[in-house]
Design a protein around this ligand. Sequence first.
Ligand code: NAD
Length: 250
Amino acid sequence: MGLLTNRYAVVTGAASARGLGKATARLFAEHGATVAILDLDAEAAVDGAADLGPDHVGLACNVTDKAACNTAVAELEGRWGRIDVLVNNAGITQPLKIMEIEPGNYDAVLDVNLRGTLYMSQAVIPGMRARKSGSIVNLSSVSAQRGGGIFGGPHYSAAKAGVLGLTKAMARELAPDNVRVNAICPGFIATDITGGRLTPEMLETIVADIPMGRAGEASDVAGCALFLASNLAAYCTGTEVDVNGGALIH
Ligand code: NAD
């Protein structure tokens, strides 16, 4: 029996083949969930969903666009009748120093990571509240906790710290309606988010600082998302769970 049998789950930014969202969508599907992959590119989202099996859905949705978030959620609720789990995974990063951050960099990074998390959550909350049940999982980062220093710049740390604050405030407000909200803080995970800008030297320095001696795998994060999404975490809300191989122990 899967941990998410008969559950309907939405994972944003899950088209990226080696990404945390795709690994999470796959694990959710293996545990019985019906999953919707939302991403910028419709074709990539549809292909990603087809990889998971026949019943899953891929939709285009730019999470920075509030109307697009509402439209996608309305379509899924129309089809499924409900959404049980939302994973706010869509995110971008940029390796900039503080004085290099231009207004456009700030807007891009804050908008996808933080505004997108707010808009997608606002889209699913009314349905979850009405059913007195739901789990929202937000992707923050160890960068929020330790002040970057891995790959993303200060604007990324700020956006992900914002995600932690938003997570805790939503958790407090939604707890009376049995809607749980938690954050995952991954350390360094080998995905395509670095967009080819991670040099072998940078990788060596990062791994040297990880007590477990390896970069994380996307499946390491997916396992944590599964726990938080499922009833195993029924009494967990407002938490930030570290998935970092010991890179930050606090
Ligand atoms: P990734 O680049 O592999 O995937 C990110 C996905 O988000 C892509 O499919 C992209 O198309 C999508 N996306 C970007 N902007 C979007 C938008 N406006 N609307 C919808 N989708 C959008 O990244 P990843 O490494 O899998 O990261 C997933 C999440 O985990 C991100 O929030 C990231 O910040 C966070 N994270 C990653 C790491 C890591 O080391 N990889 C560490 C900590 C946190």
